[in-house]
Write a protein that binds this ligand. Sequence first.
Ligand code: AMP
Ligand code: MG
Length: 577
Amino acid sequence: MWWPPLLAACLAWAGEAGAGQPEPLCSSRGLCRAPARPNASVPQPGQCPPQRREADMCAWPLSSDSLRDPFPIDVIQENFVRNVRNCIFSVVYPIPFKSRVRLVAVSKEVLENILDLDVSVTGTSDFLQFVSGRKMIFGSVPLAHRYGGHQFGSWAGQLGDGRAHLIGVYTSRNGERWELQLKGSGKTPYSRDGDGRAVLRSSVREFLCSEAMHYLGIPTSRAASLVVSDDDVWRDQFYNGNIKRERGAIVLRLAKSWFRIGSLEILAHSGELDLQRKLLDFIIQEHFPSIALNDSNKYLEFFSRVVSETANLIALWMSVGFAHGVCNTDNFSLLSITIDYGPFGFMESYDPNFIPNTSDDEGRYKIGNQANAGLFNLNKLLQALKPLLDPRQKQLASQILEGYREIYYIRFTELFKTKLGLLGENEDDSSLIAFLLKLMEDTKADFTMTFRQLSEITEDQLKRLHIPEEFWALQDLGKHELFSEWVTMYLLRLNHNKGDCDSKRRKRMTTVNPRYILRNWMAESAVQKANLNDFSEVHLLQQILQHPFQRQQAAEKEGYSLRPPAWAKDLKVSCLS
Ligand code: AMP
Ligand code: MG
């Protein structure tokens, strides 16, 4: 059944297409109207403004108008798989699970500091229904985004939100605009052959990793909640005919924007240039306020910003050993944040050939190739923008793209210098970094713990080549015949740090080199327990990864900073999620 948009906005209901009766979000008050936001009382001089948080979803304003109004909407409103044209979004309602849903985890920080919700709200039935896609907030119409993309090097045509629903935009008290999306919430016109669902395994991984990346200081989407149902979802996880029953789950995830390179590509490919201009102007206005909309070079400027921020993001990934796994253009954000967590992995032993995704046979997205994948994707973005550029701008844009490698290299070097505690400039810094990485590669030293233990070991211990047993990664590194040569070079370089001393260096380095990352074996162990309805390890990891740079007793007890267990070597992650 098709609800006219206005009517649909009043119903605050999500159900199987055409099934059931519309339900308000708040059963006690009938249809739920978002009241005007209460005026905060004026703080007296010297007084902090009161931190008011909503404990009731009824009084919580969420709206998709700011995404719906500027663009033509898909004229077809029935929910069936098809090729969609002349729009950015389709209106489509989440399809609630048939079985009981339970709340597995929430991010208190996201709820309180982004969504201005009191964490007590998570105990309400309204919250559970909201985060599982059963009920909508009054005034918010769910949308699925139409996008395309290049997958593994080839144009894949229309992709789109095949299992995600954008359920509204929230403007936080500090003025930030966040787009809320459910992932795993049912089929849309973009589902192709998919079932519109996400399984608990991959949802736990996305929930934990996106939050962990945030606390590592890496631009990323955030996760507010994770729910699991008892609905069967069938997956042939390793494409070997071993189809298994898993359970459907939904993550409520947030980003300042979910637009991707593929959002623009599909419009360029189908020749919808007016709409492409409209979308670009919208993105620039909303997210690139320093670019003037009346500037004739605005698209060039936009491209230049995406080029440098993408280089920055990938350098940041490399600085923590993160491999995204599926660097297709549909998974590359125009705001250069990490999105769409699938078969990602943190590298353990240092290995530029590390491939997190078992389905990536040729290693296209191996960790050492991510910067190249970024370049490929930016080139596809440039191809999409070209119809909107004049000949001079096209030439300038190509030059901007040529600068990508250098921006990446500079940022990578800066980050690794910081990881090594180096201050100021020295012409041999790049060699010092490359030398260390070579030793790590040869000795298969653990990436995270080598840097962490270099942050913890004293200069004196290094000088004496005395490496205590607890520094197991450095002991591995120390087996290299050139280790002492590298140490000599490093200590000499540390002497050039102006105004520094060993304790300051160690303190500085421990704030940039994490002690804990979401290793595959940790995520796997949490998933295995979660499959048995024991979510304690999900909660523990969530808590520990909020402070990745601080030594924590609970983490030490679990062995999270120890050598990975032997079974971790055989772990595989496929992109079927
Ligand atoms: P991903 O590899 O998760 O980035 O997804 C690539 C494309 O496939 C996107 O358009 C997704 O929406 C779609 N997709 C992935 N899994 C499913 C699924 N189970 N059901 C429907 N669409 C899916
Ligand atoms: Mg994706």
